[in-house]
Design a protein around this ligand. Structure first.
Ligand code: ATP
Length: 462
């Protein structure tokens, strides 16, 4: 069973160095978090697993790392300046601010209404103001003079950097359709709603890919294009299931209704996860047609096209965009991995059952005690495995407490060194170590000479 309440995860994240609320010594900063030593490893491992599946294991996708702050007209062309808005309402009584669409979706509990059917404040049932459109992009100034000409935006998504580099990538990498460009990066949105931990933050990381293909033969009935969209939905769903180990019963695909779709979109489907508070989006997979390349071509006066060798024509490719949230996926990975169950002594233990590939720490080297005789061999083992896998060395407190600690941060294997390893009373040791498995708590003895080979088998993809 995954964690059923968020508080357990929030507290574990802080206590064990995964995620800290930002700027706590200044009283905190809403919807903002800092990633600690284990959080940064976990985030990196999830990002690497995505990059591995989306770029390294494919011969039709290449990577990119475009500038965060770019020409402001990029955001005019993309439609963000005009339409990247949320409808905001204020409660006239308690003055709390809400997103009207989120109240209507029931995200704050059952929707309260007055006699005329108008929605009321989820906090105290107070009357709400008329909705005002609020743009989610953060603005900043370049240079020393604060005027309109020097204004720039922090990116609310990574995709636009990909579109404006389409021609550069085609020319420099000699790419033929279909092919994709992938990018992982931080994005910023001036979200005003109270977040659910790292589910919705001001600053978050995304993993996005634009997959460019030939335009469909029939624009009105783009069957082959929609089949490609479906293939990407399947591929992404199985990545969450098979690579991250998320239980299929808590994953679903939700197709957007016609009214939800942007005017240019042929179809959009979200991969959703069953969070403790209900279903929520992990990734949007959008069939964006030729909208973005056309829009940037028009705004810049520099057409973004592809030369089709067969027809000898310049065409504007169509696009499928799988856009995933890295930090939101990290929250799901934590929720999904967390379990409480009896330990060796029958006492309750909290354990993060991460797949080894995402676990922040892969190994812990634990001498049975602080005894001087154990240390040289334990350090030898540590030095052997440390360059190969993220490893912790710990010799303080009882071995049971150290196992509990490693269980709680999700370390798949503990390597224990005892007197049998180093010898006692003049008797030579067997130069073997004990491997303790996090999930089964079973223990096996392995000679030092075959330790690395055994660990390679037991830590696949690490
Ligand atoms: P939502 O409806 O939850 O606001 P969205 O549809 O606006 O999400 P997209 O623009 O499709 O999101 O972005 C792709 C992914 O980026 C989302 O599926 C989500 O995982 C992540 N994401 C978007 N906004 C945030 C945020 N404020 N905090 C954390 N992750 C986010």
């Amino acid at each position: 069973m995954p964690a059923t309440d968020l508080e357990t995860i929030v507290s574990l994240c802080k206590r064990r160095g995964f995620i800290f609320p930002a700027a706590e010594i200044y009283g905190g900063f809403a919807n903002t978090y800092d990633y600690g030593p284990l959080g940064v490893e976990l985030k990196r491992n999830i990002r690497d697993a995505w990059w591995q599946a989306m770029v390294r294991e494919r011969d039709d996708v290449v990577g990119l790392d475009a500038a965060l702050i770019t020409h402001p007209r990029v955001w005019v062309a993309s439609g963000h300046v005009a339409t990247f808005n949320d409808p905001l309402v204020d409660c006239k009584k308690c003055h709390l601010r809400w997103r009207l669409d989120h109240i209507e979706e029931g995200q704050y509990g059952p929707v309260k209404r007055d006699a005329a059917g108008n929605v009321l404040c989820p906090n105290d049932g107070g009357e709400l103001t008329e909705p005002r459109q609020f743009n989610l992009m953060f603005k900043t100034q370049i240079g020393t003079v604060a005027d309109d000409a020097s204004m720039a935006f922090l990116p609310p998504e990574t995709a636009q950097g990909i579109f404006i580099n389409f021609e550069n990538v085609v020319n420099s990498m000699r790419r033929k359709l279909p092919f994709g460009i992938a990018q992982t990066r931080v994005s910023f949105r001036n979200e005003i709603t109270p977040g659910k931990f790292i589910f919705r933050t001001l600053e978050f990381e995304q993993m996005e890919m634009e997959y460019f293909c030939f335009p469909p033969k029939d624009r009105e009935n783009p069957a082959e294009y929609l089949a490609l969209h479906k293939a990407w939905i399947d591929a992404r769903l199985s990545w969450y299931r098979d690579t991250l180990g998320i239980d299929a019963s808590r994953l679903r695909v939700r197709y957007h209704e016609k009214e939800e779709l942007s005017h240019y979109s042929a179809a959009t489907a979200d991969v959703e996860y069953l969070f403790p508070w209900g279903w929520g989006e992990l990734e949007g997979i959008a069939a964006r047609t030729d909208f973005d390349l056309t829009a940037h071509g028009n705004e810049s006066g520099h057409p973004l096209t592809y030369f089709d060798e067969e027809t000898k024509e310049h065409i504007v490719p169509w696009v499928i965009e799988p856009a995933a949230g890295l930090t939101r996926t990290l929250a799901v990975t934590m929720l999904e991995a967390y379990t409480e169950e009896p330990d060796e002594k029958g006492e309750n233990r909290g354990v993060l059952k991460f797949r080894p590939n995402v676990a922040p720490v892969k190994l812990a080297v634990l001498p049975l005690s602080k005894n001087e005789d154990l240390r040289p061999f334990a350090r030898k083992v540590f030095d052997l495995v440390r360059p190969l896998w993220m490893t912790q060395y710990d010799e303080t407190q009882s071995i049971g407490r150290r196992y509990r600690r490693q269980d709680e941060i999700g370390t798949p294997i503990c390597i224990t060194i005892d007197f049998q390893s180093v010898g006692e009373g003049g008797q030579p040791g067997d130069e073997a170590v004990t491997l303790r498995d996090r999930d089964t708590q079973s223990q096996v003895r392995v000679p030092l000479s075959s330790l690395v080979a055994t660990l390679r088998e037991r830590l696949p993809g690490c």
